[in-house]
Write a protein that binds this ligand. Structure first.
Ligand SMILES: C[S@@+](CC[C@H](N)C(=O)[O-])C[C@H]1O[C@@H](n2cnc3c(N)ncnc32)[C@H](O)[C@@H]1O
Length: 245
């Protein structure tokens, strides 16, 4: 019995250490040393189940991150996103890469309908627990899928968010109604100027790149702003609106 408890404590501690280390590295360092440069679409598979960094969002490491580190460490990020997206009671919100559903639970309780999309069963399970009341009431839905190919019809949403998650601007544009807004939060691109090309299996984009991706997809009223500053954790928030035809 004592041996089982010791084993459980050691295994749990090791998993928490790996999860904490990986999470801190991704959030604070914000870069990796991947070479060669990943292709633009690599971001849609590297963090998904089976992907190179899929362990960060799946299995025991993903479990620890989903239930402990992410919701706590990102409280300030959720506040910043909520300020920019300015959710209203009649909004229909899609959160791409919703993870454990912490943003939806903390900042979108007053919103008419919320949908969280994520490819990770570990994350969706954590989100299911967090949003149980709203799912039971029929005002929240969790969907397994990828940002690359959103399993939704055209114009289903009035607002789309993507927080530290892969994003296809064209797909977000498609599922938004005219007048709908997209808010994307990513690591501050100024953190590692000496490693401009690749970060954790994906391309690094600077502020101008982010704005261009919004504009190329058709968004107008594009804004960008930083939250925090390197070398401490910092993020870039970019937003845009789908024009009213
Ligand atoms: C760093 S977590 C952020 C979670 C959440 N947005 C938050 O900030 O609390 C990134 C999330 O993106 C998800 N993800 C990975 N690949 C994805 C893809 N192709 N499409 C959508 N989400 C993806 C992961 O499973 C994970 O839940």
């Amino acid at each position: 019995m004592r041996r089982t408890t010791t084993f459980a404590l050691v295994a749990g501690g090791a998993t928490a250490a790996v999860a904490g280390g990986a999470y801190a590295r991704a959030r604070l360092a914000g870069h990796g040393s991947d070479k060669p440069l990943p292709d633009e679409d690599a971001v849609f598979s590297v963090y998904a189940p089976g992907g190179k960094y899929g362990f960060l969002a799946n299995g025991p490491v993903g479990w620890v991150i989903a239930r402990t580190l992410m919701p706590v460490a990102e409280a300030g990020v959720y506040r910043a996103i909520a300020e920019v997206v300015d959710l209203q009671p009649d909004d229909e919100l899609l959160d791409i890469g919703c993870g454990p559903g912490a943003f939806l639970a903390a900042k979108a309780q007053h919103v008419h309908r919320i949908v969280g999309l994520d490819p990770s069963p570990t994350m969706l399970h954590a989100a299911e627990r967090r949003l149980a009341d709203r799912i039971a009431a029929g005002t929240a839905r969790l969907v397994a899928g990828s940002a690359a190919d959103l399993p939704f019809g055209d114009g289903e949403f009035t607002a789309v968010t993507a927080i530290f998650a892969p994003l296809s601007h064209a797909e977000a544009f498609r599922v938004l109604r005219p007048g709908g807004r997209l808010v994307h939060l990513d690591n501050d691109p100024r953190r590692s100027p000496s490693e401009p090309a690749s970060a954790w299996g994906r391309r690094r984009y600077d502020e101008a790149d982010h704005r261009r991706m919004f504009e190329d997809a058709g968004f107008t009223d594009v804004t960008s702003r930083y939250r925090g500053a390197p070398p401490l954790a910092g993020e870039l928030l970019v937003s845009g609106r789908k024009p009213v035809a």
